[in-house]
Write a protein that binds this ligand. Structure first.
Ligand code: ADP
Ligand code: MG
Length: 284
């Protein structure tokens, strides 16, 4: 029987749903607490042999990609792959992939100094959005209303970690007070939801109080979401999209996506589908 290793750093409700799904579907799941992990990088004997295939669920991006890289080097399959996870965990790399695949995505610049960022902002037009290239839950995603606020926001970033001085500057999409999350597993868009921004917040992340509402997967949504998933290398993803007057745009592809809210509102059995997909990948 194929054994799945569940790699985690915290057991969130999402990982608990995976554990329950494994129990009720007779899947052999081994819990791998990465807090206790010490992997030998020069090990030729492949001794970390606790499972045939791994489901990567670490919250920490840096921890997850380093573990995934190590396990892949030992010949293991990990969902998601190192390639897909490292692209999705970095908004600039994701934008490059979406753009090369001709998937509609917001107009975005990268700049590295205050002056060149101001130039980029002039090109994009105010209000614009500044995002950390590595980050999630809407953290540090900021609206820049004019050149004065740009100067002060970017000045503050100059005192942060160097990764915060990669200025990822994006047009602010004129969208309704919501965005769309579509969950893709392999070649299927399995569920979708709107995320409505709460009254005191423009960002729609459920981590910031965004309210989930079930949404039917339309052919346009399905096609774009699957293409976005393929563009970053394929696997299991939460694709984030916004509605514009000229159709949908994809602004993010998430790689260790939380799914408790989409499961709650759509009743899609994402934990089971994730396990099934992971088992299929073991056989490859
Ligand atoms: N270009 C944009 N125009 C309008 N709203 C945006 C734009 N980009 C992001 N947002 C809003 O900000 C939220 C967080 O941005 P996102 O790029 O998804 O970063 P995170 O990884 O932190 O979730 C989105 O869910 C959306 O509500
Ligand atoms: Mg997002």
């Amino acid at each position: 029987m194929v054994k799945i290793g569940l790699l985690y750093d915290q057991l969130r409700p999402d990982e608990r749903l995976i554990i329950e799904a494994a129990k009720s579907n007779g899947v052999d799941l081994t819990l791998c607490d990465t807090n206790e992990l010490a992997l030998d990088l020069t090990d030729a004997n492949n001794s970390f042999n606790v499972a045939d295939v791994f489901l990567q669920r670490c919250v920490s991006y840096f921890r997850s990609i380093h573990i995934t890289a190590t396990l892949e080097a030992q010949g293991k399959n990990v969902i998601n792959s190192f390639k897909a996870a490292s692209i999705c965990g970095n908004k600039l790399l994701t934008s490059i992939c979406l753009s090369r695949a001709k998937i509609p995505t917001p107009h975005t610049y990268v700049a590295f100094t205050q002056e060149s960022s101001l130039h980029a902002l002039e090109q994009i037009g105010y209000p614009a959005i500044l995002k950390p290239v590595v980050g999630s839950w809407g953290r540090l995603v900021a609206i820049i209303k004019d050149s004065e606020s740009a100067r002060s926001i970017i000045e503050a970033h100059e005192y942060m970690h160097p990764i915060q001085q990669v200025y990822y500057i994006q047009e602010k999409i004129k969208r309704p007070n919501r965005d769309i999350r579509c969950f893709v597993i392999g070649e299927r868009a399995v569920a979708a939801m709107y995320r409505h921004a709460p009254s005191d917040e423009w960002r729609t992340n459920t981590a910031r109080g965004g309210v989930a509402e079930s949404l039917l997967v339309t052919p346009e949504l399905e096609e774009l979401s699957i293409r976005a998933a393929q563009a970053v290398g394929g696997g299991a993803f939460g694709v984030d999209l916004m509605e514009t007057e000229s159709g949908l745009v994809v602004h993010e592809v998430n790689h260790t996506t939380e799914f408790k809210n989409i499961v709650r509102v759509t009743h899609a059995d994402i934990p089971r589908l994730l396990l099934e997909y992971t088992l299929q990948q073991a056989k490859k």
